[in-house]
Design a protein. Structure first.
Length: 624
């Protein structure tokens, strides 16, 4: 027998059609212990139980429908609202809290809320959403609930002074008294924590929502789309922060922070509402019994078991993220200060006797220049999110069918044959004529030319770590705000890949395993057969909510380490305020570059199915 079939003598088919019968086929029914019963709407699966090299986990989708770009845009639109809300807190939260009377030393304790909520909230929400069996779906109740809590927290935080002083004023308290001021600060800090916890709820829901609703072969495309919507939200957030909003929208508040919170709340409600209404989840009531574990201790035990049972691919991605985020945290939090200090350095050298007011004015102007550099950074990140998916070939190709009927649009970065469809180009093998080509088919050929076949997603992620480390080392040579702005703008490229590659790799792995269990794709190795039969050792540790929650722990926990190391560097190198020659921030950034090199090393251990498939094809060619 010629061809690949000769190297796969054992085939087990679930199909009952006459054309699948043959001397090598063994028919089994749905009561077999090796498979799970199919539900209506799920595709037939071909289970190959003997693979000569065991490199692949899966072969091809049986009937996973390719989604259009419009669908992926609606699916990920809520990321835009989430990012605007997050950018309002990160860019304006510190000045707002300082204006209420908080000290800078206490402010550092306030912002530990972000990593803390990421470590605790996202795994908990992920586990709860995995076990949710509401008719609405697994994720939408948490997305809507998290969005509502975020909106309420933003508005209360913005109006904290009026709310607290007004309430205490009912009991005769003086609004200008020290007790009222302390109460305002405590209340504001409380709602900063509430806000961070709420944002992590909606973030966990959105990420799992994308994994559940996008097909396996379009997980990279879906994650590229949320990178774009989040990038657009970032740009809008930075632009809004540079406009004197109370002057144009006085009815929303008398301060910049109040107007920003109102705008962010409106956009979040709009985008989340559109995503949840336009995209329907699979009914989770058909997913079997939920694993109910009550109590905080049971949660931590379950989380520990899930970490131990994580699939190897996901463990390796989390290892990379751990070291990568030790490097990214200093950049995200101190790059504005770095650019500002480059601006103030020559002024401090030329005028060593500046007053405190003059020093404050200089630092404020330096902060504005640093904010402009971050705007360039956001624009570069968005440009990378649009362009990179077209030059990096998708890891998983769209399923080939006899007759493609799902419309695609050119903005979906995927394989060219999946960009044809009803209304553009289609071919029915049962008919002798072919419909004329349309513009989308021509665009598919042009998009294919842009792709660099040797540049896989994992390799792009590896190169992004190297690029980030090189740019951090370049801080030794930066002497002007212009070159510093260029440096920050270039970092938008590796940041764009960081926001795409790990999520795409994890999402693809989760979706692939889920699709095998539901009979939608064809496993090709013994391990994959166990996954399809639900008999692997993951024990629920491959569900979207749990995995993404653990992945977020790998992102949030390093931030605590980075904060500790940064504080040591500052303690050793920081000079008094207004003194020239303070390069402590630059050394913190260089420390981040070293951690990026460690992350690059661990990236080489991440497996990519596309590379395995190429190697397997080469081995089959040699043995045939």
């Amino acid at each position: 027998m010629d061809g690949p079939a000769a190297t796969h003598p054992k085939v087990v088919s679930f199909r009952q059609s006459e054309d699948s019968r043959g001397p090598l086929a063994e028919y089994i029914n749905e009561q077999s212990p090796l498979i799970q019963p199919r539900r209506s709407g799920e595709g037939d699966a071909l289970l190959k139980v003997d693979s000569p090299d065991g490199l692949d986990d899966w072969q091809e989708e049986a009937d996973e429908e390719t989604k259009s770009s419009w669908y992926l845009f609606l699916l990920t639109l809520s990321g835009l609202g989430l990012q605007i809300g997050w950018s309002v807190e990160t860019s304006n939260g510190s000045p707002y809290l300082l204006s209420l009377g908080l000290s800078k030393s206490f402010l550092a304790l306030v912002w530990i809320a972000g990593p803390l909520s990421g470590v605790l909230v996202q795994p908990y929400v992920g586990m709860k959403s995995d076990n949710c069996r509401m008719r609405w779906g697994k994720r939408r109740p948490f997305i809507v609930g998290g969005a509502a809590a975020t909106i309420v927290s933003l508005m209360i935080l913005a109006w904290t002074k009026e709310i607290v002083s007004g309430f205490l004023g009912i009991f005769g308290a003086d609004k200008e008294s020290r007790g009222v001021q302390i109460s305002v600060m405590v209340f504001a800090v409380l709602f900063v924590y509430v806000l961070d916890f709420a944002i992590n709820v909606i973030q966990a829901g959105i990420r799992a929502f994308i994994v559940d609703c996008a097909p396996t072969h379009q997980q990279e495309s879906a994650n590229a789309w949320i990178m774009r919507t989040s990038g657009a939200g970032n740009i809008l957030g930075y632009l809004a922060g540079n406009i004197k909003l109370p002057q144009y929208l006085p009815f929303l508040g008398d301060t910049q922070f109040k107007v920003l919170c109102a705008i962010a709340s409106f956009i979040m409600a709009l985008t989340v509402g559109i995503s949840c209404v336009a995209v329907e989840e699979r009914d989770p009531r058909f997913d079997g019994e939920a694993q109910v574990e009550e109590g905080l201790l049971a949660f931590f035990k379950s989380l520990y078991r899930s970490v131990r049972k994580l699939p190897l691919q996901i463990k390796r991605v989390c290892q990379v993220q751990f070291f990568a985020w030790i490097g990214w945290f200093p950049f995200l939090f101190y790059i504005t200060t770095y650019v500002g200090e480059i601006y103030t350095e020559p002024e401090f050298e030329a005028h060593p006797d500046l007053t405190d007011t003059q020093i404050n004015d200089l630092l404020e102007e330096g902060t504005r220049i640093g904010s402009r550099a971050l705007l360039i950074f956001a624009i570069t990140t968005f440009a990378a999110s649009v362009f990179l998916p077209f030059i990096i070939p998708p890891t998983y190709e769209a399923p080939k069918a006899d007759h493609v009927t799902t419309p695609m649009t050119p903005m979906t970065p995927t394989t060219p044959h999946s960009m044809s469809g009803s209304g553009y180009f289609s071919y029915d093998p049962h008919k002798s004529q072919k419909k004329p080509q349309k513009w989308s088919d021509r665009w598919a050929r042009y998009a294919n030319i842009l792709q660099i076949s040797s540049l896989t997603l994992r390799r792009a992620w590896f190169l992004s770590h190297i690029m980030f480390a090189v740019l951090m080392a370049a801080t030794f040579f930066v002497r002007s705000t212009f070159t510093a702005t260029v440096l920050v703008g270039l970092i938008g490229i590796p940041w764009g890949i960081t926001n795409w590659a790990p999520f795409a790799l994890i999402s693809s792995e989760i979706s692939k395993r889920d699709a095998m269990k539901r009979g939608l794709i064809r496993p090709a190795s013994r391990d994959a057969a166990l996954i399809a039969a639900g008999e692997d050792d993951a024990e629920g540790a491959d569900q979207a909510g749990v995995v993404l929650g653990i992945h977020n722990v790998a992102i949030a926990a390093p931030q605590v380490i980075a904060t500790f190391v940064s504080s040591i560097i500052f303690k050793l190198l920081q000079k008094p305020r207004g003194t020239p020659g303070d390069n402590s921030v630059a050394w913190v950034l260089r420390f981040g570059g070293i951690c990026a090199l460690v992350a690059a090393y661990f990236t080489l251990r991440v497996r990519e199915d596309k590379e395995d498939t190429d190697l397997q094809s080469e081995r089959r060619r040699r043995f045939s």
